[in-house]
Design a protein around this ligand. Structure first.
Ligand code: AR6
Length: 237
């Protein structure tokens, strides 16, 4: 099958490109770090916005991710997007990967990757210019999920740099923050920017709950990805 073919291809390749480590996990990647080449193509790694703590439907989110990725790739030639999640069992990664394949999206320019978004280079050999954060409206550290992981990994300078730019975020919008070179995330992982994004919230326990209104929810999720990808574009320029 295709995964078998991919394995064979990898075994016979001396220098493994970033693309070929797609859908592998962190422990697999760790053993192969030295063989992985570093790509200079500007790359944005992003988690699936709103589909965990914010409880957004993953089928609907997958459609929106692929739609927005396609739109971005049609506009920009020299950049890559990578959807990241923590485990091989990630449903969102599988769904997005399947939909992207159906639409024949170039796997050099968009692929899925299993790993911790805060350790993509040291853990997976994937060099990313920017990473996206599924933030909360207060732009506060903590709170669990990818937000807590990114603020922890970046150290206090991310909170300071964020607060210099904005006090809060409204649903569907994004905020680009330059990471000081002293931040461990910049120093160790090569990430120069964090882009905070606030997606739609379907969880009654969290602020701005949309009460199952998926018409509004899908609209806000589309806006969130547009804001995120436009934010990435602003870094490229
Ligand atoms: N690396 C990669 N992906 C991750 C990581 C990580 N370290 N941690 C989580 N994910 P979530 P939301 C994936 O809940 O649904 C926060 O508390 C996860 O598996 O972080 O937008 C904020 O403060 C999922 O696929 O974000 C907000 O209040 C994706 O990241 C709220 O949660 C998003 O999961 C935002 O909720």
């Amino acid at each position: 099958d295709s995964s078998c073919l991919e394995q064979k291809k990898m075994a016979s390749t001396v220098s493994v490109s970033d693309k070929e480590v797609e859908h592998r996990n962190l422990s697999d990647n760790l053993s192969g770090v030295s063989a992985v080449s570093v790509s200079d193509i500007p790359t944005l790694a992003f988690p699936s916005i709103s589909t965990a703590d914010f409880q957004f439907d993953i089928e609907k989110a997958s459609d929106i991710i692929v739609e927005k990725v396609e739109e971005f790739l049609n506009k920009v030639t020299n950049a890559r997007l990578v959807l990241v999640d923590l485990t091989h069992r990630s449903k969102i990664l599988s769904m997005v990967k399947a939909r992207a394949a159906l639409k024949h999206i170039d796997t050099d320019r968009f692929f899925t990757f299993v790993g911790d978004i805060t350790q993509l280079y040291t853990g997976g050999g994937l060099h990313c210019t920017a990473i996206a954060n599924a933030a909360n409206w207060r732009l506060k550290p903590g709170g669990g999920g990818v937000n807590a992981a990114i603020f922890n990994a970046a150290g206090p300078s991310l909170e300071t740099a964020t607060k210099e730019r904005a006090g809060y975020l409204s649903p569907g919008s994004a905020l680009v923050v330059h990471l000081p070179s002293s931040s461990p995330l910049h120093k160790k992982q090569g990430v120069s920017h964090v882009i905070h994004v606030l997606g739609p919230n379907m969880n009654p326990q969290r602020p701005n709950f949309l009460n199952n209104d998926y018409k509004k929810g899908c609209e806000v999720l589309r806006e969130a990805y547009s804001s995120l990808f436009n934010g990435f574009l602003s870094i490229l320029k």
